[in-house]
Design a protein around this ligand. Structure first.
Ligand code: ARG
Length: 447
């Protein structure tokens, strides 16, 4: 029983939050006259000393003491004697752990947002350097139309902006204090829940004691935001892995972000990116694990809830290192714009530009123009040359309405320059998007 019951090996990470919650609770008990002011002060001094000891020397685990809450209270009793026994008045480990866990998740959210912000600013800087660099834009991983590398990088920035807002949403929704819900029903002591809520930085106390001790929505919200953010990082990681491969050759990973092979001296493996991709699988598992843990639980607290912490801690650690690694990798990766441009030109990627020209200059319906451009692609294939290297006679042989002015429109540079619709890939739109992003960041900092 002791072995299955003990959670100290995991929940010792909550020691700071446990001390913080207990200090707020003890101070409130003193103010309300539920315990004497002397005892409240002794408890506070004792808790600060326990914190100093753990900070300096770590926590020595005693499985007989089950969890972090009992460890801290036990040490408090050793330090200050019987007054320690008054700390747990009008409280239960059920509202205590819910409070501690919320404080931890709130901090995890703040750290995730900080990590997202760092990666975001790296992406914006790199996009600015590559605002006009042409690369193939893919659908089905087939060259579709040329785009700019800056535009491609900013696509990930948009995902991160949504991730950030999901974390912020979660933070706003969860920021209510469970403390004072006691075991499940509230308490008969004249506690002041507003006081402890304010002391701990919560907006207000939770409204229902049964809900408060058994709610772990906030952890699910965190894990969902983390899982989706991790999926975005995984997609970016996958691009780096593809781009660093020899057939693509779009990027060179610096030595600091690649590893050698123990047997093949030629290898530069993108292990960092692969681990970001791999970590996302584990974070998704953490989310699913917690949802399944919760789904069959009747109200209110059940010990199953002790198993809420491993997935949360795991996801927090994995997301932190993934965000940091991606920021480092994206800051240092060397783009090879010539290779990208050559690949962009290779797949007859300006066939749409030919069709669009026939629509706007020769008044041909788009469906027919599409068909003519398709025949031009087939002719280019037969000639073994890219579409934009066909000469006018070859194009006229396909359709007489094709004319001289279309020729310069078939270069990849002209193609991207024409994509000027709002949110499009043209270099000028990319530069505008960068300016808008920077303005958004500056406005956020003023909030
Ligand atoms: N270690 C427990 C947890 O993490 C604390 C709450 C214990 N409460 C109880 N009634 N056994 O959930």
């Amino acid at each position: 029983m002791r072995e299955i019951n003990a959670s100290i090996a995991v929940d010792k990470r909550l020691w700071r939050e446990d001390i913080e919650g207990s200090r707020a609770h003890a101070a409130m008990l003193g103010k309300q006259g539920i315990i004497s002011v002397d005892d409240a002060e002794a408890i506070d001094r004792g808790l600060l000393q326990v914190a100093a000891e753990i900070e300096a020397g770590g926590l020595s685990e005693n499985p007989a003491l089950e969890d972090i809450h009992m460890h801290i209270e036990h040490r408090l009793r050793e330090l200050i004697g019987d007054a320690a026994g008054r700390l747990h008045t009008a409280r239960s480990r059920n509202d205590q752990v819910a409070t501690d866990f919320k404080l931890f998740v709130r901090r995890a959210i703040d750290e995730a947002i900080a990590g997202i912000d760092s990666l975001e600013s790296v992406l914006i800087d790199r996009a600015e350097q590559q605002a006009a660099s042409v690369m193939p834009g893919f659908t089905h991983l087939q060259s579709g139309q040329p785009v700019t590398l800056g535009h491609h990088l900013l696509a990930y920035r948009e995902m991160l902006v949504r991730d950030r807002s999901r974390f912020l949403d979660a933070r706003k929704r969860m920021n209510e204090s469970p403390l004072g819900s006691a075991a499940l029903a509230g308490t008969g002591f004249p506690i002041d829940r507003d006081d402890t809520a304010m002391a701990l930085g919560f907006y207000r106390p939770t409204a229902n004691s049964l809900d408060a001790v058994s709610d772990r929505d906030f952890a699910v919200d965190y894990l969902h935001a983390a899982a989706l953010c991790a999926v975005h990082l995984s997609r970016l990681a996958e691009e780096i892995i593809l781009w660093a491969s020899q057939p693509f050759g779009f990027v060179k990973l610096p030595d600091a972000w690649s590893t050698g092979s123990s047997i093949m001296p030629n290898k530069r493996n993108p292990d960092g990116a692969e681990l970001v991709r791999g970590h996302s699988a584990r974070i998704i598992g953490d989310l699913v694990g917690l949802l399944v843990l919760l789904k069959g639980l009747p109200l209110a607290y059940a010990k199953d809830l002790q198993d809420d912490k491993p997935p949360l801690f795991d996801a927090h650690d994995l997301l932190s290192v993934s965000l940091a690694a991606m920021a480092g990798m994206m800051a240092d990766v060397e783009f090879l714009p010539e290779r990208m441009r050559a690949a962009a030109a290779a797949g007859h990627a300006t066939a749409t530009d030919l069709a669009d020209w026939l629509v706007s200059e020769a008044d041909i319906p788009f469906r027919e123009a599409h068909h003519i451009a398709g025949r031009a692609v087939a002719a280019a294939e037969r000639a073994g040359r890219p579409l934009n290297e066909l000469v006018l006679d070859e194009l006229k042989a396909i359709d007489l309405r094709i004319d001289e002015p279309v020729l310069p429109r078939l270069s990849v540079e002209a193609s991207v320059a024409s994509r000027r619709s709002a949110g499009g890939a043209a270099p000028e739109r990319v530069r505008e998007a960068i300016a808008a992003a920077r303005a958004q960041i500056a406005a956020r900092e003023k909030e």
